[in-house]
Ligand binder design. Structure first.
Ligand code: SF4
Ligand code: SF4
Length: 167
């Protein structure tokens, strides 16, 4: 991870209380342009962010792995889904399949590349979810991701700073 990425995480950690307070308000009454604010900040963050110098999501958390993901990955690896489960997966407290540990077994720790990139789970494709519709519905998840993903950290600092404008 670069110093800039570490600084982004630190800035969000420092502003954590005000970010959470703002998210609480938005949960009750989201501004009409909330998605647009998030999406603009997401675009700006990822224009500069190089995931290959970071890899922190794949190093520290697991995506949820749906049946379709399991089948696609197993086919690509030429193993049976059951063998993939035995080798790498566990069921979490919500009954979802996740990788058994972190870092992800498919992450190359040297260069942060995903060895199954074309066949990666849907949740990996959608991470870090700051370009989704109805951001008001995933504010707690976004607050959690701000401590993992420097891009999300930048996004939440940006959008909550912007939220001080009249709504
Ligand atoms: S499958 Fe690839 S993208 Fe998904 S967590 Fe593992 S290394 Fe990261
Ligand atoms: S999505 Fe976020 S945490 Fe994952 S590699 Fe990119 S910047 Fe890092």
């Amino acid at each position: 991870m670069t110093d800039e990425q570490r600084d982004a995480l630190q800035a969000a950690a420092t502003a954590q209380r005000s970010i959470k307070a703002q998210f609480q308000k938005w949960k009750r009454k989201p501004p009409k342009d909330l998605d647009e604010r998030f999406h603009a900040a997401h675009e700006a963050a990822f224009e500069r962010m190089d995931c290959l110098t970071c890899g922190n999501c794949c190093r520290t958390t697991s995506p949820i792995i749906r049946e379709r993901d399991l089948d696609r990955l197993a086919k690509h690896l030429r193993v049976k889904p059951g063998a993939l489960i035995d080798a790498h997966l566990r069921m979490d407290e919500d009954g979802d399949w996740v990788f058994r540990g972190a870092p992800c077994p498919f992450l190359d720790l040297e260069d942060n590349r995903c060895s199954v990139y074309e066949h990666r789970p849907q949740a990996c494709r959608e991470y870090p979810h700051t370009d989704r519709k109805h951001m008001a519905g995933i504010l707690p998840l976004t607050a959690r991701n701000a401590s993992i993903c420097p891009a999300v950290a930048e996004v939440v600092v940006q959008v909550t700073g912007g939220a001080e404008r009249p709504q």
